[in-house]
Design a protein around this ligand. Structure first.
Ligand code: SF4
Ligand code: SF4
Length: 97
């Protein structure tokens, strides 16, 4: 499973994600993001696009050498967001062996 650290930044920066357009409050924040708990209010039923492992299985399995390669690309996005928003380095996503 993708080692999401729960920083919550992807859910607050959805303006470029076409699949989530209808959930955008207008400022890039998803309407299902709970700012107090820093998590998703519909986690168990969240869209496929919000599920890294499922997206690999249904869309990207033929685009990457392995799931690990896919994880690495996703982690780059997470860590770039974290750098841009200057949040604690403890949230950094690390893809191990
Ligand atoms: S940006 Fe990455 S680490 Fe942060 S909540 Fe989203 S998937 Fe998890
Ligand atoms: S549906 Fe949930 S997981 Fe997906 S962007 Fe919104 S808050 Fe995040």
């Amino acid at each position: 499973m993708f080692p999401c650290t729960g920083c919550g930044l992807c859910c607050q920066n959805i303006s470029t994600v076409a699949e989530l357009k209808e959930l955008d409050l207008g400022n890039g924040v998803c309407k299902f993001f709970n700012k107090i708990k820093n998590n998703c209010e519909v986690y168990d039923t969240r869209p496929d696009i919000c599920r890294v492992d499922k997206m690999f299985d249904i869309k990207y399995i033929d685009h990457f050498l392995s799931k690990k390669e896919f994880y690495i690309e996703n982690a780059k996005v997470c860590n770039k967001l974290q750098t841009d928003f200057k949040i604690e380095h403890t949230f950094k996503v690390i893809i191990g062996d």
